[in-house]
Design a protein around this ligand. Structure first.
Ligand SMILES: [Fe+2]
Length: 276
């Protein structure tokens, strides 16, 4: 027990002794993470996106970066990227990757202002002393994902250009592991040997972030944390939750990942959606 402690009532009848000074000297990196926005021209989806963005943006002073791990549009139509451009705003540095519902050319032109020429839309940025790498796992015309040799080589070059002490966070759309969600598992990221080797070769890769499965989840890949953001547009059922693919009872959600002392801690939030 800390010598200089104060009692805090957490509202559940538990009194906990805390020494505020004991945790004040560690730098903490905080990552906001959302996924699967599926802009489709409906107020239903747009309102859910606005709700999670408002929740994050109102707290941006305590956050270092916003990651958006794909399926920005529902069907890749240019109008959906126009909607995203108007809605998807944050004062935070933001890294966005495409998902299987996105169209690479329309995504690149609509959100990044450039023609992809069918090249993967990859990006790396140093933020708060860490290297964030956001890569394109989409495959044209296919729901499953894949990281090309070109993308893997580019990732390796980005990591190798930094000191080995720099924490690295990878983000992409498709989970590279089975989640025991049959509908999603057969369209996960395929052929992961290259990514597995990349992670094995770089101990400073601290964690990976993805989406696609519309479920907040935490597991590991190649021995490192792999965290999925909840779906903003919808949540998908686990096999025992229901026979329908989509669970209509669930609100939109987001993840806050904190990183300090070499440890990643993921917190999940559901957000109430205003109805007017
Ligand atoms: Fe999605």
């Amino acid at each position: 027990m800390a010598a200089n402690s104060g009692n805090t009532d957490y509202g559940v009848g538990v009194q906990t002794d805390i020494d505020p000074g004991s945790q004040a000297d560690t730098a903490v990196l905080t990552i906001a993470h959302i996924s699967d926005l599926h802009f489709n021209g409906t107020e239903h989806n747009n309102r859910r996106v606005r709700a999670v963005l408002d929740y994050i943006n109102e707290r941006s002073s305590g956050i270092d970066v916003l990651l958006v791990t794909g399926d920005i549009a529902d069907s890749g139509h240019p109008s959906q990227y126009e909607e995203a451009t108007k809605t998807l705003w944050s004062p935070l540095p933001m890294l966005i990757c495409p998902g299987n519902h996105d169209a690479r050319d329309e995504f690149g032109f609509g959100l990044l202002g450039k023609h992809s020429h069918d090249d993967p839309l990859n990006r790396a940025q140093l933020i708060a002393g860490a290297l964030f790498i956001s890569v394109d796992s989409s495959v044209r015309g296919q729901p499953y994902g894949h990281l090309s040799d070109h993308t893997l080589a580019w990732m390796e070059a980005q990591i190798d250009a930094q000191p080995t002490t720099t924490p690295v966070f990878l983000s992409f759309h498709h989970p590279p592991v089975r989640l025991r969600m049959p509908f999603m598992d057969h369209i996960r990221m395929a052929d992961n040997e290259g990514l597995e080797q990349l992670v094995a070769n770089h101990p400073n890769i601290a964690a990976m972030f993805c989406g696609h499965a519309h479920t907040g989840a935490v597991t590991t890949f190649a021995g490192r944390p792999l965290c999925l953001a909840p779906g903003v547009a919808s949540t998908l059922n686990l096999p025992f939750e229901g026979t329908e693919v989509i669970n209509p009872t669930q609100p939109p959600g987001l993840a806050f990942h904190t990183y300090a002392d070499g440890r990643l801690i993921s917190h999940f939030r559901s957000v109430v959606v205003p109805q007017s």
